[in-house]
Write a protein that binds this ligand. Structure first.
Ligand code: FE2
Length: 131
């Protein structure tokens, strides 16, 4: 899994803290998935995945509010990236994931962290690049 790293820092405390939390949630789900001694871990993984989705929605709103507050010019294309991500996550029927689907959960987590990694480095960093 990917952890939050210094390179992700965009310099807005609220946004950086929220990014850390997204990685924490993804890693929490990943650690549970890898834990062979944890009984009934799937219910907990599904709970964390739901929390991650809801937190992403909440975080995107904070980021968009911030962009609006500074009259950021690229807010629309940025928002499209957020909406696309949420749409992809909404298409996943988390409740249908059962215990035979380790690979499915792993692929989903990898998709999520890779997307966040690319989005922070490529798109979020631009918010403060011209300030
Ligand atoms: Fe963003």
């Amino acid at each position: 899994m990917i952890n939050w790293k210094e390179e992700y820092r965009i310099g807005i405390k609220l946004i950086d803290e929220q990014h850390k939390k997204l990685f924490e949630l993804a890693n929490k789900a990943f650690d549970l998935l890898k834990d062979d001694f944890y009984i009934d871990k799937y219910d907990d993984i599904i709970m964390i995945l739901k929390e991650l989705k809801n937190y992403a929605i909440y975080h995107f709103k904070s980021e968009e509010d911030y962009m609006e507050s500074i009259k950021y010019r690229k807010i629309l294309s940025h928002k499209v990236e957020h909406d696309d991500f949420i749409q992809k996550i909404e298409e996943v029927d988390i409740d249908k994931i059962d215990e035979n689907q380790d690979k499915y959960i792993l692929d989903l987590l990898e998709f999520i962290v890779n997307w966040i990694d690319k989005h922070i480095l490529g798109t979020d960093k631009l918010i403060t690049a011209d300030l």
